[in-house]
Unconditional design. Structure first.
Length: 417
C-alpha cells in the first residue's frame, strides 16, 4: 500500500480525516487547539493541495539555518534545544503525537509549519508518524506566502501550554508579512496571493498621493492581519486596540529609526571583515593572508578541522549550537567552530544589542566549558564575530576563546588598523 494519500480538493477531506484517525492522530478541524482549526479553515478556503505521508521518518527534515525557515518558523527564538530533547525522551518512552505535523516541501527538504520542535524531537528519537504536506504545486513565491501565513497562525497566543509570542516575535512577523506584500508580483495567480497584490497596488497608488495615505493602507492591512491571524493579541476595547496597533506599527515600520539594516548588508564582505581582526598581512597590505573567511566551507564534513558558520537568521546563538548537535548526531564533527552572527533585525535598542552579545558569549562559553562538550567530543567555539547591527553607536566586534587550565574565557580582539 502506498505511503501517500493525496488530496486535491475539499471533497477529499473526509478521506484525510479517516486516514489520520487510523494513524491515531487528530483531524486538524477536530482539534481542541484553535490554531489547528484556523489553519485548516485557511487550507480549505483556498483549496490548497494537500497530501498525507505515512510512516515519515524525518530523514529530510530541513535545517534551521535554511533561509526558507525564516518563513516557516516566524518566531524570534526558533528552536529550544532543551524542549526538543525533552520531546525526544517522551517519544522514546512511548508517547504518541496527538495533533499531526503540517509542513511544506521545498528543495527536497521538509519544513514544518506546525510542530517544528516536535518534528526535531521525533527525528532525535528515531520515530515515525504520518505528516500532512501542503502546497507542493505552488511557486516559491506562493510557498513563502503560504508558509508565513500559516506559521503566524501556529505561533499565535492561546491559553494552551505553548510558548507565547514575544513583542519582538510579532514585530518580526509584521516585517515579514509586509515583505510578502511588496514581493507579490502580478505574475502569481493563486487565489490567496490576490489580497497581497491588491494591498501592494493600493499602497503604491497611495504613495503617489501622500505618505499619510500610504501609511493608512499599510495600517489597514495590519488591522486585518491582527484580526485574522492574531485575534487574541490586541485588546477588545476599541480605543485601547487602536493604541496597541499603533505601537506595534511604529516599532515595526518607523522610518525615523535608521538602525535596521537589510539582511544582505554584509553579504560578500565576510572575508574582509574577518581579516580586519585576524590577518597576517603587513602594514602595507603585503604578504599572505593565513586567516581568511572561506565562503566555500560553511558546512560540516568528517575531515574538516575548522568549520565557519554564517548564523544570521532566526536565533543565531541557539541555531548554531543546534547545528553542531545535529551534525554530531549525523557523525559529522570538527575540532573548532568560527561563527559570524548578528542579532534579530527587529532589535533596535543599543542596550538590548549589547545584552544580546553578552548573552551570546555566555551561552557559547557555557558550551565550551560544559562537561557535555568534552564527553560528547563536540567542537569548541573559538572565534566569534558580531556584525555591525546599527548605523549609530554600534560596530563590528570580534572575540577569541582563551583556554585556561580547566576552562576558558572570551577575549576581545582589536581591529587591525
Amino acid at each position: 500500500m502506498s505511503n501517500i494519500l493525496e488530496l486535491n480538493n475539499n471533497s477529499d477531506h473526509d478521506e484525510i480525516r479517516k486516514e489520520l484517525v487510523r494513524q491515531g492522530l487528530t483531524y486538524p478541524n477536530d482539534s481542541t487547539d484553535p490554531r489547528y482549526r484556523s489553519c485548516w479553515e485557511y487550507i480549505r478556503l483556498y483549496n490548497i493541495n494537500t497530501r498525507v505521508q505515512k510512516n515519515y521518518d524525518f530523514f529530510d527534515l530541513a535545517l534551521e539555518s535554511h533561509e526558507f525557515s525564516q518563513r516557516t518558523q516566524c518566531r524570534e527564538n526558533n528552536i529550544d534545544t532543551e524542549k526538543v530533547e525533552n520531546y525526544a525522551i517522551r517519544f522514546t518512552n512511548g508517547e504518541r503525537l496527538l495533533n499531526p505535523i503540517i509542513g511544506i516541501y521545498h528543495e527536497d527538504s521538509f519544513f514544518p509549519v506546525f510542530g517544528n520542535q516536535r518534528s526535531r524531537g521525533m527525528k532525535l528519537a528515531s520515530r515515525t508518524t504520518s505528516i500532512i504536506v501542503i502546497g507542493e504545486n505552488l511557486s516559491y513565491a506562493d510557498k513563502k506566502l503560504l508558509a508565513s501565513r500559516i506559521s503566524s497562525m501556529s505561533n499565535r497566543q492561546t491559553n494552551l501550554d505553548v510558548d507565547k509570542d514575544s513583542r519582538e516575535d510579532i514585530i518580526y512577523q509584521m516585517q515579514g508579512e509586509w515583505d510578502l506584500v511588496m514581493e507579490s508580483g502580478d505574475n502569481e495567480t493563486t487565489v490567496f496571493n490576490l489580497p497581497y497584490q491588491r494591498t501592494r497596488n493600493a499602497y503604491l497608488k497611495a504613495t503617489e498621493e501622500s505618505e499619510i495615505a500610504a501609511i493608512q493602507v499599510q495600517r489597514k492591512h495590519f488591522d486585518d492581519w491582527f484580526s485574522q491571524i492574531k485575534p487574541d493579541t490586541l485588546s477588545e476595547d476599541k480605543e485601547k486596540r487602536k493604541r496597541q496597533l499603533g505601537q506595534y506599527f511604529s516599532d515595526a515600520f518607523n522610518e525615523n529609526i535608521k538602525q535596521r539594516l537589510s539582511s544582505g548588508f554584509h553579504n560578500g564582505n565576510e572575508q574582509s571583515i574577518y581579516n580586519s581582526f585576524w590577518s597576517s598581512t603587513d602594514v602595507d597590505g603585503e604578504g599572505e593572508e593565513l586567516y581568511i573567511w572561506d565562503t566555500k566551507v560553511h558546512s560540516f564534513s568528517n575531515d574538516s578541522k575548522t568549520v565557519q558558520m554564517d548564523a544570521r537568521c532566526g536565533n543565531p546563538k541557539q541555531n548554531s549550537i543546534t547545528l553542531v548537535l545535529y551534525n554530531m548526531y549525523q557523525g559529522k564533527c570538527s575540532e573548532t567552530v568560527e561563527i559570524m552572527l548578528r542579532p534579530h533585525q527587529g532589535m533596535k535598542d543599543i542596550d538590548k544589542i549589547v545584552k544580546y552579545e553578552k548573552d551570546c558569549r555566555k551561552i557559547f562559553a557555557n558550551h565550551n566549558n560544559g562537561p557535555k562538550r568534552r564527553e560528547w567530543k563536540l567542537p569548541l567555539f573559538d572565534k566569534l564575530i558580531f556584525l555591525q547591527h546599527t548605523t549609530d553607536g554600534h560596530k563590528t566586534t570580534a572575540w577569541e576563546w582563551k583556554k585556561t587550565a580547566n576552562s576558558g574565557f572570551w577575549q576581545q580582539v582589536k581591529e587591525i588598523v
